[in-house]
Design a protein around this ligand. Structure first.
Ligand SMILES: [Zn+2]
Ligand SMILES: [Zn+2]
Ligand SMILES: [Zn+2]
Length: 338
């Protein structure tokens, strides 16, 4: 697929909207929603040595609107949404209820990635052409945001399902561009002295075979031996590639296709749309040749109707308790792959 043509629109409150591919302009009388006032800070916790983001406007966020009021759908004459277009393929916009704003002291950026203009469905049900476009959108956003002054880490992720706090059902994900390298990727990157540990893990999983779900087109998906979540799955490039732009377009398509197969298996697991968090770990903005592009899925159901909670041990002590065996989870998920 050729690189998607992008159209840039700046809303009256200064927020950018990027439309990818063909689109139909907004209907006459379009009124852009405006960002509410808020307090945005980052505060340092010296004991844990970690940043906390303060975003004291988010309480006004749109919460599970009726379908007709969806802010991620195309705009109609009687309904102006976040997207100033009557039809579009994929869109990215700066979040109106961000966790960080580009100016100090927060100094970061939050974008919403709308996968499609169709309200119904999910990442799991995106048609192949939308999935391919999403691969290019993620790559382009990663490339552009890592080049911004002050940005240290670009985090592509998706929260799916009301149980993980999703307030909009329209298929979408998010990108946070942090002014620091967050602790989880920082810890992973710190473990690579003397060769890439992720390369080693992939090799070990392929040798053991027991927990591997997919090994195709340069992509390996597996339930990690030390999974924290029941049915946790990691999807990694088999070859060492630090970030999306280091992968050829066909490889990026293969990565997203494997991710989609995993999410489809999740939805079959308990015959309900599986609520999950998806995290993409790649190189920080200051390119690290040691980073190894991979995606981690944390599904939060441990059984039909049973949520895995982050309780005392997980939250207060940092010790996860997993009541499933990674090997059995892998068998079960493998049998559900198409
Ligand atoms: Zn919608
Ligand atoms: Zn590697
Ligand atoms: Zn990781």
């Amino acid at each position: 697929m050729p690189r998607a043509v992008r159209t840039d629109i700046v809303q009256p409150d200064g927020r950018h909207v990027y439309l990818y591919g063909d689109f139909e302009p907004a209907p006459a009388g379009y009124r852009a929603p405006a960002m509410p006032n808020g307090v945005y800070q980052r505060r340092w916790n010296p004991l844990r040595r970690e940043w906390v983001l303060v975003a004291a406007s988010r309480q006004a966020r749109t919460f599970l609107p009726e379908r007709a009021d969806c802010p991620l759908c195309p705009s109609r004459p009687e309904h102006s949404t976040e997207i100033p277009a009557a039809r579009f393929q994929a869109a990215v916009f700066e979040n109106r209820f961000p966790a960080m704003v580009p100016w100090p002291p927060a100094g970061g950026l939050c974008e919403v990635v709308v996968y499609t203009d169709e309200h119904d469905g999910s990442f799991a049900t995106l048609p192949a052409d939308r999935l391919d476009r999403l691969a290019e959108v993620w790559t382009e956003r990663y490339r552009e945001l890592t080049a911004r002054r002050g940005i240290k880490y670009v985090f592509i992720f998706e929260n799916r399902g009301e149980q993980v706090g999703v307030t909009l059902h329209h298929p979408h994900g998010q990108i946070y561009a942090y002014p620091f390298v967050p602790p989880v990727p920082a810890t992973e990157l710190g473990r690579h002295a003397g060769g890439c540990l992720q390369c080693e893990l992939v090799r070990d999983e392929l040798t053991a075979r027991r927990r591997v779900l997919i090994n195709e087109a340069g992509i390996v998906a597996y339930v990690p031996e030390s999974a924290r979540w029941p049915y946790e799955v990691h999807v990694a490039m088999r070859a060492h590639r630090p970030a999306l732009p280091d992968v050829l377009p066909a490889g990026r398509r293969a990565l997203l296709a494997a991710m989609q197969r995993v999410t489809r298996a999740y939805d079959r697991l308990f015959d309900v749309p599986m609520p999950y968090m998806m995290s993409m770990h790649q190189s920080p903005a200051q390119a690290s040749p040691q980073a190894h592009l991979h995606v981690e899925f944390y599904p939060i159901l441990r059984d039909r109707g049973k949520l895995k909670y982050l309780a005392g041990s997980e939250t207060g002590a940092g010790v996860f308790i997993n009541d499933t065996l990674a090997e059995e989870s892998a068998d079960r998920l493998r049998s559900l792959l198409e």
